[in-house]
Design a protein around this ligand. Structure first.
Ligand code: IPM
Ligand code: MG
Length: 357
């Protein structure tokens, strides 16, 4: 297979973690008979510095024309004071909108060998944590009408949460399909006791569920879900929720696994192009210091092989190599615990490549 990837290293630790991922894909290519070609493009802060805007049109065009997109991270304090529509984050939202990436898949998996990194009590963790947040990514309040206007209390700002049936049905279908490959349980999270958009959300999820009678469905209010994730994470298999609730709950879910530096994500469209990126941000405080954990980006590449390219065996090989290196006791700083061996970004990348077979 010939695979053309758009690569957006981005800002902060983004370039370091992607630099450890591309040679790993090359090794997959050698072992399994594929060839990868990479077209590097800019987005985020580096694009602001280079061409004055966070998401240049050439970046969007290159991503559209590629089989898949791999992204490191965008953003940093240097660009934090820019007005809202010129910030590096606009690049992410712009790419999601332009590529139609409506389904964001965020697994929260606690590796057995990383148990000590998990902040939850041992009796709560039990035999591990393994859930997936399916977040709607191109609708809701992050894409709704917004603005400022005069009011009796001075200037007023507003953002709008709106969902239509099509948007809810297609993200629900993604969740049900993923659940079929797992424990066959979907929890739909909303705020239907208050929000009209949540009431429609719930109706449409229930209607869509009729096509998936083998999958168990339950509903939970978002405040309760935030609490239940910490009280008893085992009750969850697949969580499906709106853009904003998913943003918040997926950060929480990643934290209960102990290291955000471990978690990959996939953003999927119906047109075929997917975007794959680590859940963590650009971590400017450790950028360029060979301290970042490249595993989340490496596992994002594995998700890409599985979800966009249909290469199951190759994806499993990467995941196994990561597990092997962790079991050998090698750790980056973020997942260190007593008795393990601290290594840097580049050494971790090399160990995982060497473990591939
Ligand atoms: C995420 C991030 C983004 C989001 C920000 C950077 C716009 O927090 O991917 O979760 O809110 O979607
Ligand atoms: Mg977020």
């Amino acid at each position: 297979m010939n695979i053309g990837l758009a690569v957006i290293p981005g800002d902060g630790i983004g370039p370091e973690v992607t630099a450890e991922t591309l040679p790993l894909l090359d090794k997959i290519g050698t072992l399994f008979g594929h060839s990868f070609t990479y077209t590097e493009v800019e987005a985020g802060g580096c694009a602001i510095d280079a061409v004055g805007e966070p998401l240049p049109q050439t970046t969007v065009d290159t991503c559209r024309a590629s089989d898949s997109v791999l992204l490191g991270a965008v953003g940093g304090p240097k660009w934090d004071t820019l007005p809202g529509d010129q910030r590096p984050e606009r690049a992410l939202l712009g790419l999601r909108g332009a590529l139609g990436l409506y389904a964001n898949i965020r697994p929260a998996l606690l590796h057995k060998s990383l148990r000590k990194a998990c902040p939850l009590r041992e009796d709560i963790v039990g035999d591990g944590i393994d859930l997936i947040v399916v977040r709607e990514l191109t609708g809701g309040i992050y894409f709704g009408e917004r603005g400022r206007r005069a009011s009796q209390g001075g200037e007023e700002a507003f953002d709008t949460e709106a969902y239509n049936e099509l948007e809810v049905a297609r993200i629900a279908r993604q969740a049900f399909q993923i659940a079929r490959l797992r424990q066959k349980k979907v929890t739909s999270v909303d705020k239907a006791n208050v929000l009209e958009s949540s009431r429609l959300w719930r109706e449409v999820v229930i209607r869509t569920a009729a096509d998936y009678p083998d999958v168990e469905l339950n509903h939970m209010y978002v405040d309760n879900a935030a609490m239940q994730l910490i009280r008893d994470p085992h009750q969850f298999d697949v969580i499906v929720t709106s853009n904003m609730f998913g943003d918040i709950l997926s950060d929480e879910a990643s934290m209960i696994t102990g290291s955000i530096g471990m978690l990959p994500s996939a953003s999927l469209s119906d047109s075929g192009v997917g975007m794959y990126e680590p859940i963590h941000g650009s971590a400017p405080d450790i950028a360029g210091l060979d301290k970042a954990n490249p595993i989340a980006t490496i596992l994002s590449a594995a998700m890409m092989l599985r979800f966009s390219l249909g290469l199951q065996e190759e994806a499993a090989a990467i995941e196994q190599a990561v597990t092997d290196v962790l079991e050998q006791g090698y750790r980056t700083g973020d997942i260190m615990s007593p008795g393990t061996t601290l290594i840097g970004t580049a050494a971790m990348g090399k160990r995982i490549r060497d473990a591939l077979s």
